[in-house]
Design a protein around this ligand. Structure first.
Ligand SMILES: Cc1cc2nc3c(=O)[nH]c(=O)nc-3n(C[C@H](O)[C@H](O)[C@H](O)COP(=O)(O)O)c2cc1C
Length: 329
C-alpha cells in the first residue's frame, strides 16, 4: 500500500500535488472541485502589489484635506489592512470555510512598500500560507543584478517579519547566481521555494508587425531546468521546494520528487486537458511507478537524484555537457 503523504511549508498534505496560482483558483466552487478531484492544496490566483497599493492610494486621495483627528487616526492605525482589496480577503475566507485542503494566498510583487502590511490581513482572513510571486522584468539599464536581488531580499524580509504564516517565494529562473540567492532567502526563514515562475512569452505578429503575448501553456519538455535546480539546491536549503512547470503526468511528478522536491505544482495540464480527472491520473501514475519500484512512501526515494557534491558531482557539471557534445559530433 503506497502512502503519498508529504509536508510542504510545514503543512501536512495528503499527497504531493498542488494546483498552482492561475485563474482556476480564483473561484471558490472551482477550488472545491479541485479538492474533490484530489488536489492536496491550492495556490490562489495572485493579487498584484499594485492593486493593493492602488487601494491604499485611493484612500489617501479620498481623505485628502481631511486632517480631522478621526481620519488621521484611521490612516495611521492600520491603513493597508483596512483598505486592501477586500474581495481577495473575502475569497480567502470563503475558501477556508468551503474546503479542507490548505489555501496558499499569492501576491505578485516587486518591492517592499505600503502593501506589505496587507500580508497580515491575508493571514487573518484564514490563508494557510503566503506565496510571493517575484515577477519582475529587470529592464532598468542602471540597475545591476546585485541591486535587483537586494531589493527582492528587502521585500521578502519585510513580509516574513509581518506575518507568522509560512512564506514561500516563487522565483524566475533568470538569476545571475541562483544558489546564493536561494540560500539568502532560506536564511530569512522563507519556508519554501517554488521553481519556477513562467513569464508571458513575447511573440511577434509579422503581418501586423506587432508584439503580442502568446498563450503560455507548458508541456513536459520545459521540466529540465526545474529538475536541474531542484537537484542543485536540495542540499543547500532547509526549506521546502516545489517544482512548477512541465508536470503533466505521474512521470514528471516522480522526476521532481526524485531530485528532491517536496511537491509538484500543476497548472497548464488542467487548462490543456479541460478535465480535473487528470489530477487523479497523475497521482495514479505516481502510485503505479512507486509500486513497480517497491516504494511505499515518498521518503523512500525523495531526493535520491539530488546533487550531493556540486564540485565533483556528475549530474549537472560542465563536463557532462562536453561529454554529450562529443557524442553528437
Ligand atoms: C493562464 C495562467 C495564469 C497564471 N497566473 C498566475 C498567477 O496569477 N500567479 C502566479 O504566481 N503564477 C501564475 N501562473 C503560472 C503558473 O502558476 C505556473 O507556475 C506555470 O504555468 C508553470 O506551471 P505549468 O507548467 O504547470 O503550467 C499562471 C499560468 C497560466 C497558464
Amino acid at each position: 500500500m503506497v502512502n503519498l503523504k508529504t509536508s510542504y511549508l510545514g503543512l501536512e498534505l495528503k499527497n504531493p500535488l498542488v494546483v498552482s496560482s492561475n485563474p482556476l483558483t480564483n473561484n471558490v466552487e472551482t477550488v472545491a472541485r479541485l479538492e474533490q478531484a484530489g488536489a492536496a492544496a491550492v495556490v490562489m490566483r495572485s493579487i498584484f502589489e499594485e492593486q493593493i497599493s492602488a487601494d491604499v492610494s485611493d484612500m489617501y486621495t479620498a481623505l485628502e484635506g481631511d486632517t480631522s483627528g478621526a481620519a488621521m487616526e484611521y490612516l495611521q492605525a492600520d491603513l493597508p489592512a483596512q483598505l486592501g482589496p477586500e474581495k481577495y480577503l473575502d475569497k480567502i475566507a470563503d475558501m477556508r470555510k468551503r474546503v479542507k485542503i490548505p489555501i496558499i494566498a499569492s501576491v505578485n510583487c516587486v518591492e517592499a512598500s505600503k502593501w506589505v502590511t496587507y500580508a497580515k490581513k491575508i493571514e487573518r482572513a484564514g490563508a494557510d500560507a503566503l506565496e510571493l510571486n517575484l515577477y519582475h522584468m529587470p529592464v532598468d539599464p542602471d540597475e545591476t543584478a546585485a541591486k535587483v536581488e537586494a531589493r527582492r531580499m528587502a521585500l521578502v524580509k519585510a513580509v516574513v517579519a509581518e506575518v507568522r504564516l509560512p512564506v514561500a517565494v516563487k522565483l524566475s529562473q533568470h538569476y545571475t547566481t541562483l544558489l546564493p540567492f536561494a540560500r539568502m532567502l532560506d536564511a530569512l526563514d522563507v519556508k519554501g521555494l517554488v521553481l519556477f515562475n513562467r513569464f508571458l512569452q513575447t511573440e511577434v505578429d509579422i503581418e501586423k508587425e506587432a508584439i503580442y503575448f502568446a498563450p503560455n501553456y507548458s508541456s513536459p519538455k520545459v521540466l529540465h531546468s526545474q529538475l536541474r535546480w531542484t537537484a542543485v539546491l536540495r542540499d543547500w536549503v532547509r526549506c521546502s521546494i516545489a517544482v512548477s512547470g512541465g508536470i503533466h503526468s505521474g512521470d514528471e511528478l516522480a522526476k521532481a520528487l526524485l531530485v528532491g522536491a517536496d511537491v509538484g505544482y500543476i497548472c497548464s495540464v488542467l487548462h490543456v486537458r479541460h478535465d480535473f480527472a487528470v489530477i487523479r491520473e497523475i497521482l495514479d501514475g505516481l502510485t503505479a511507478w512507486m509500486e513497480r519500484k517497491g516504494y511505499s512512501s515518498l521518503a523512500d526515494f525523495r531526493g535520491k537524484l539530488r546533487e550531493t557534491d556540486l564540485k565533483h558531482g556528475c549530474g549537472f557539471e560542465r563536463s557532462q555537457y562536453v561529454r554529450a557534445a562529443a557524442q553528437i559530433s
